[in-house]
Design a protein around this ligand. Structure first.
Ligand code: NAD
Ligand code: LMR
Length: 328
């Protein structure tokens, strides 16, 4: 009998939660043979809504789900958790930038970090979706001193997926034939989608798309602004695509990344590419199938890329200053 993996999810009664939980329960994240225990975490006013979500999960009779627990606080919610997905928090509305959420959402991650530290399993892996996700991840990490820093990650997979989709539409190359699309930096309007190393059906993006000004301008700004464009069109922030990316982030953390590709994850910087150590910064990484990753360090960045990386690093330093009193 395979031991079940305990997956804790905050914001479980929210929009992303509603698109995420059923797919985890169906085995799309950890595989069709891996049983799971779902530990769903919400705030007290959302516990009734969460009851309804649990009823629906029960009504699916998922064979892989061994147990579903609910909690209105992270300490009970993260007890023994092997994977913690920090989705809960306010989404931004029209006219806001993600950093505007730092005051509303930042404090949530202090207690969540403490709860991970005190109650999660020794092998816990954490991923943050709630915005501003890099800085919220930094807060959680700093409040969990007994958990190795490299276990804390934030999500830029949605940005990587958005970038691939834009490249596919422009070039006509199928998504499955696009690889090595790295996102550097913050999940914000300063993120840098690094197209120079992207491969489109075996060709460099700059060769497959003979329009460097499109790549340097329209492509980058479309990926950077996609979250905002969705909020304006939908009247609510992305949910199904965010849930899909969260699931892929965790799935690929526990898979061997193909040697000729990488995945984008915001992880604690080790100083690679000159990025200040300790900032939660998106890099291309490769995973070993056991829940470990290594930053891909051998890309030769041109001045354009270095300049873009500096801009997003500076923004993360500013966000860190704003939350200084939440960091220990
Ligand atoms: P939502 O408002 O539909 O749901 C959020 C849920 O979180 C609510 O049910 C709320 O009760 C719950 N919550 C709030 N504080 C909590 C806490 N302390 N503990 C547990 N639960 C808590 O929002 P959503 O659309 O699901 O988005 C959730 C977050 O994800 C937002 O911050 C949004 O900006 C972010 N997001 C990130 C990305 C990304 O790419 N990183 C993409 C999309 C959305
Ligand atoms: C997104 O990128 O869709 C999310 O981070 C939501 C937002 O505020 O943009």
């Amino acid at each position: 009998m395979t031991k079940p993996v305990r997956v804790a999810v905050t914001g479980a009664a929210g929009s992303i939660g509603y698109s995420l939980l059923f797919r985890i329960a169906a085995g799309e994240m950890l595989g069709p043979d891996q049983p799971v225990i779902l530990q769903l975490v919400e705030i007290p006013p959302a516990m009734d809504a969460l009851k309804g979500v649990v009823m629906e999960l029960e009504d699916c009779a998922f064979p892989l789900v061994e147990e579903i627990t609910t909690a209105d606080n992270p300490f009970d919610g993260f007890d023994g958790a092997n994977i913690v997905m920090l989705v809960g928090g306010k989404p931004r509305g029209p006219g806001m930038v993600r950093a505007d959420l730092v005051e509303a959402n930042g404090p949530i991650f202090v207690d969540q970090g403490k709860a991970i530290n005190d109650r999660a399993a020794d092998d816990v892996r954490v991923m943050v979706v709630g915005n501003p996700c890099n800085t919220n991840c930094l807060i959680a990490m700093n409040n969990a001193p007994d958990v190795p820093n490299e276990r804390f990650t934030a999500m830029t997979r949605l940005d990587q997926n958005r970038a691939k989709s834009q490249l596919s539409t422009k070039s006509g190359v199928a998504i499955k034939d696009i690889s090595n699309m790295a996102i550097f930096g913050n999940h914000s309007k300063t993120m840098y989608p690094h197209f120079f190393d992207a491969q489109l059906d075996g060709k460099a993006a700059t060769e497959a798309i003979d329009d460097e000004s499109w790549l340097k301008e329209d492509f980058i700004s479309t990926v950077q602004g996609r979250g905002k464009a969705i909020i304006e069109a939908r009247g609510a922030s992305s949910a199904a695509s965010a849930a899909n990316a969260a699931l892929e982030h965790v799935r690929d953390w526990f898979r061997v990344t193909p040697e000729d590709d990488w995945v984008s994850m915001a992880v604690p910087s080790d100083g690679s590419y000159g990025v200040e150590e300790g900032l939660i910064f998106s890099f291309p990484v490769r995973c070993d199938g056991e829940g470990n990753y290594e930053i891909v360090t051998d890309l030769e960045l041109n001045d354009f890329a270095k300049e873009k990386i500096k801009i997003t690093e500076d923004e993360l330093k500013k966000e860190r200053e704003i939350v200084a009193d939440l960091l220990k």
